[in-house]
Design a protein around this ligand. Structure first.
Ligand SMILES: Nc1ncnc2c1ncn2[C@@H]1O[C@H](COP(=O)(O)OP(=O)(O)OP(=O)(O)O)[C@@H](O)[C@H]1O
Length: 258
């Protein structure tokens, strides 16, 4: 099992931000975490990465039970995490190649000497993600779409068992978004792909490889299961609290307000 959350709740001040979350992720599954602004997605991800601790409940990630055997460092080496918070921490004057390479050490900058094998892997990932042509450019000179690709390549560098993509298409135009989604689909389809969690508030971004979906609403699991059963007009009308219609085109869902 990659993730097991049992009755997880989180309190901040006098407010319960997450309430009784139950979520089981098996190896090889790819999940979408769909939640509106303020639904608690960021807190849920911070729990998985052991940046925050649950007020109640049990969390087990990649066989490590929190509060018992887990070591934050060891855990984070096995989780690739792409988020805007990571984006801000990257050394802006490192070039794309160096940023990707630093993923091998689960560090932000390069403090250790990389091996020949690591350099080759970084180049292969830059090629896979379509960023080889700007490998020598400083991170600060890259567009938002280019940066996201570099960060995904960086996250894959340590061959993680779990890859979390937190709203990776933020700030991308339509073409950049679709190209990035295509790359994500290619990663997910590989036989040695990590288990992936794709976090978004846009239904249109749900790719066919993400067979499972969890709907998070006001800090609670509204429902979870097969994407085909979650992304329906009736489920999403209940989820959004207003009548919506889901239509499918090319195995991708599209949402409209009724
Ligand atoms: N210290 C705090 N005390 C009380 N409430 C808080 C605290 N910090 C955050 N919150 C609230 O917790 C809720 C969940 O926040 P979270 O950042 O996880 O949402 P999110 O789903 O990631 O939203 P977004 O998509 O906008 O990033 C929000 O309503 C936020 O206002």
């Amino acid at each position: 099992m990659v993730l097991n959350m049992e009755n997880v709740s989180l309190r901040r001040g006098d407010r319960w931000i997450l309430k009784n979350i139950n979520w089981q992720i098996e190896k090889g599954q790819h999940w979408v975490l769909l939640g509106l602004n303020g639904s608690g997605k960021t807190f849920l991800l911070n729990l998985m990465n052991a940046y925050t601790f649950a007020t109640k409940g049990e969390i087990n990630v990649l066989g490590m039970q929190f509060g018992k055997t887990y070591l934050a460092e060891r855990l984070r080496q096995q989780i690739g995490f792409v988020s805007s918070a990571i984006q801000q921490k990257i050394h802006q004057d490192d070039n794309a190649f160096q940023v990707v390479l630093s993923g091998a050490f689960a560090s932000i900058g390069l403090y250790e000497r990389p091996t020949e094998e690591m350099s080759e892997r970084a180049i292969a990932l830059l090629e896979d993600l379509g960023c080889i042509e700007y490998a020598n450019r400083n991170y600060e000179t890259l567009s938002q779409g280019e940066r996201q690709r570099v960060l995904i390549a960086r996250a894959l560098m340590a061959q993680p068992s779990l890859l979390i993509l937190d709203e990776p298409t933020n700030g991308l135009d339509f073409i950049a978004r679709e190209k990035l989604l295509e790359s994500i689909e290619n990663i997910a389809k590989k036989p040695d792909a990590p288990t992936m969690i794709y976090v978004t508030h846009h239904v249109e971004e749900i790719l066919p490889v993400f067979h499972q979906t969890l709907l998070l609403k006001d800090g609670e699991v509204c429902d979870s299961g097969q994407t085909s059963e979650m992304i329906t007009s009736s489920q999403l009308s209940r989820f959004f609290g207003l009548p919506v219609e889901v239509s499918w085109n090319n195995h991708r869902p599209f949402l409209s307000k009724l």
